[in-house]
Design a protein around this ligand. Structure first.
Ligand SMILES: [Zn+2]
Length: 390
């Protein structure tokens, strides 16, 4: 936990920290005797220095949208609060202030395929065809889509090429008094081409009976990602140690997926592509994301598991008083398996399920001080016993 969330710290895909984390994971798995492979892919790292927005000498506090292009433009400000506003006007050569209704939910990135509602896709496509030079987005907080950050970046997409910044709703209200006036936006932001990889460790030969244990190893930029998701990676490594002499008839696969918190989920896409003809061989996915919060139980949630698997898991849960069955939740890598017809168990902290408006994940506050490491030991012991009983 210290190595990942304190020493390495932020681990966004393509960054130096991300590379260190995947190197560490690979070394540990190999050391524990797992047959280890990597799946490499291209990714963008991002370096944002600062942004300034001003109108007639009055300046507004703005932040560079993650993975945005930089800019230096002076242009009149127009405002957009709804899809209708966006459809009806011409924004050629303007800076658009996006606020109100249209800025309530973080827009899903263009190449994010798992959840991308039509009003998001429509907004993005209208913006791309609007002729706008830059966007200033005024937002509040929306923890279910953007984690605990306030304001949240409305746009976080390395495939979207209109430069953008974001600001609080209060700054947006101040800026909205300047519609039609000339504004100057200078944003220093840089996209950096990089490589990253998933790590896959295997034990056992029968690739027709796979149990795939996943956790995402990346974090949001600016967050040490302790509960999201160093804890999942630590559970995987503890389990790799507990299972190092595993001689059962299944093939156990431990996968550090690289990209759950990244706009285009490249590691997940890579894993899906590599397995597109082999999902049938996976008996069960176990995904750990958000486990180990300092208070409350750990939850195991079940997705299309057979009666047999459910009974075996329930028996193990009864031996651990602080692990309970939880409701289904969709925002994690288990959804990839469920969508491909594979039963899954998703493991997280009850506290996260109960507190949708929490202000911890994706921020600096997601650090080791909110973790109870004994819970990670419990989860790995429970999984070891469950897997050996299957
Ligand atoms: Zn996560």
């Amino acid at each position: 936990m210290k190595a990942l969330s304190s020493h390495i710290g932020e681990r966004p895909v393509g960054s130096d920290g991300n590379r260190k984390a995947t190197d560490l994971f690979k070394e540990e798995l190999t050391f524990l005797g797992w047959n280890t492979q990597t799946q490499e892919f291209n990714a963008l790292d991002w370096n944002a220095k600062s942004a300034e927005l001003s109108v007639n000498g009055e300046s507004f506090e703005v932040f560079v949208s993650p993975y945005s292009l930089g800019c230096s433009v002076t242009a009149p400000i127009a405002e957009v609060a709804s899809l209708k506003d966006l459809e009806k006007s011409d924004f050629k050569g303007k800076i658009i202030l996006l606020h109100g209704e249209i800025a309530k939910e973080q827009l899903m990135s263009k190449n994010f395929v798992f959840y991308n509602p039509s009003h998001h896709r429509k907004t993005v496509s209208l913006l791309e065809n609007s002729g706008a030079l830059a966007l200033a987005c005024a937002t509040g907080r929306n923890a279910s889509l953007a984690g605990g950050v306030n304001p949240f970046p409305l746009i976080e997409d390395g495939d979207f090429d209109i430069p953008s910044v974001y600001m609080t709703e209060e700054e947006g209200v101040k800026l909205s008094k300047n519609i039609g006036k000339e504004a100057t936006l200078i944003s220093k932001s840089e996209r950096i081409r990089a490589k990253a990889y998933n790590v896959v460790g295997k034990k056992g030969d029968d690739s027709n009976k796979r149990i795939v244990i996943t956790a995402h190893i990346d974090s949001k930029k600016g967050s040490p990602g302790a509960i999201d998701n160093a804890t999942g990676v630590v559970v995987q490594l503890l389990l790799a140690e507990l299972l190092k002499d595993y001689k059962g008839d299944k093939q156990i696969e431990i996968v550090a997926l690289n990209g759950e918190d990244y706009y285009s989920t490249p590691g997940q896409m890579n894993y899906i592509e590599a397995n597109k003809d082999n999902f049938d061989n996976i008996l069960l996915n176990i995904n750990i994301d958000g486990a180990g919060y300092i208070t409350g139980e750990t939850t195991f949630s079940f997705f299309n598991t057979s009666e047999k698997i459910y009974k075996k898991a329930s028996k193990v849960l009864r031996e651990f008083s602080e692990i309970i069955e939880g409701p289904q939740w969709p925002q994690g890598d288990h959804s990839i398996f469920v969508q491909n017809g594979v039963p899954a168990i998703a493991i997280t902290s009850k506290w996260l399920l109960d507190n949708h408006d929490q202000d911890i994940t994706h921020t600096k506050r997601d650090n080791i001080s909110i973790i109870d490491c004994s819970r990670l030991v419990d989860v790995s012991l429970a999984l070891n016993s469950f897997i050996r009983n299957l």
